[in-house]
Design a binder for this molecule. Structure first.
Ligand code: ADP
Length: 188
């Protein structure tokens, strides 16, 4: 399992799609799964809609259930890229339960200055990309998700990727880092 960690706007989705193609891994984005649930009008989607529009985190229970449905032990074994999950310590614990802990091979930590992230999100122009909501999402990230950096660093699984660069440069860095890890371990 390859975890993509980092603030909104750091380009995790772009790199996840690239890695999916290159390494034949399955990419799972909880943001995409939640947006699909909202579009389908499922119970989870109804509960998530307003929370997402406000830039808050959807409850652990909903997100963990949605991810568990998609992530079976098989996927863990074959190799999966998680984009936007875990975002809380409780979610990280649920992941460690769902997969054997040594299936979590690497966590890529994407970083960029806040002003860069804000500009990128504003130009993306999604419904939850107004300045007010973006500022809120970045503060939720700093408070709730950033502690995962230490969580994975303590396990020796963290690799930092400077995301304040052109997409191709980030991609080259990601490829080198992931290829190196694949040679050494069992992440795929
Ligand atoms: P971004 O990359 O801009 O952060 P995402 O597509 O990853 O956007 O997520 C969009 C929204 O979906 C988040 O702001 C949050 O409300 C919700 N969401 C996605 N993943 C999670 C998660 N793991 N836990 C809680 N909420 C989540």
């Amino acid at each position: 399992v390859l975890i993509l960690l980092g603030p909104p706007g750091a380009g995790k989705g772009t790199q996840a799609r690239m890695l999916e193609e290159r390494f034949g891994l399955v990419q799972l984005s909880t943001g995409d799964l939640l947006r699909a649930a909202v579009a389908q009008g499922t119970e989870a989607g109804k509960a998530a809609k307003a929370v997402m529009e406000a830039g808050d985190l959807v409850s652990d229970q909903i997100v963990i259930d949605i991810l568990r449905d998609r992530l079976n032990a098989d996927d863990c074994a074959k190799g999966v890229i998680l984009d936007g999950f875990p975002r809380t310590i409780a979610q990280a614990a649920a992941l460690e339960e769902a997969c054997t802990s040594d299936a979590i091979g690497l966590s890529l930590y994407f970083t960029a200055p806040e002003a860069v992230l804000t500009d990128r999100l504003l130009s993306r122009g999604r419904q939850d990309d107004t300045l007010e909501v973006i500022t809120h999402r970045l503060s939720v990230y700093a408070k709730t998700t950033e502690p995962l950096v230490k969580h994975y660093a303590d396990q020796g699984l963290l690799r930092e990727i400077n995301s304040d660069r052109a997409v191709e440069d980030i991609q080259a860095d990601v490829l080198t880092t992931v290829s190196g890890a694949l040679n050494q371990s069992n992440i795929a």
